[in-house]
Design a protein around this ligand. Structure first.
Ligand SMILES: [Zn+2]
Length: 111
């Protein structure tokens, strides 16, 4: 993928994420009102909303970081080992900051 395509995809993702965050935040307020009305029966729903917001916010950060790497010319390099991130991986996840090996190491550490 060339830089222009990558930027377009990342900016598209950013808009999409901003939209979901707005929707989720709106729903969250709605859920809070409803659970106040019927004694917190929707607690699970609002927990799920919070979890989704969490994921969206994390991905938004990743997309912004990828746009920054695109500016700095570091895009497509793994932030941990400096190796090239395979094109196929960037096609699937343009915001990917790490090669598959480093990513799975990070995820193992997180668990
Ligand atoms: Zn790596």
């Amino acid at each position: 993928m060339d830089d222009a395509t990558v930027r377009m995809r990342l900016e598209g993702m950013l808009q999409e994420l901003d939209r979901s965050i707005r929707v989720l935040t709106g729903d969250g307020a709605d859920l809070r009102d409803r659970s106040a009305a019927d004694g917190g029966a929707h607690l699970t729903d609002s927990d799920r909303t919070r979890a989704m917001l969490d994921v969206a916010a994390r991905q938004r950060t990743a997309v912004l970081a990828a746009l920054k790497r695109l500016e700095d010319g570091g895009y497509g390099r793994c932030v941990d080992c400096g190796g090239a991130v395979p094109d196929g991986r960037l096609e699937a996840r343009p915001e990917a900051a790490r090669c598959v090996q480093c990513q799975s190491r990070v995820e193992r550490r997180r668990r």
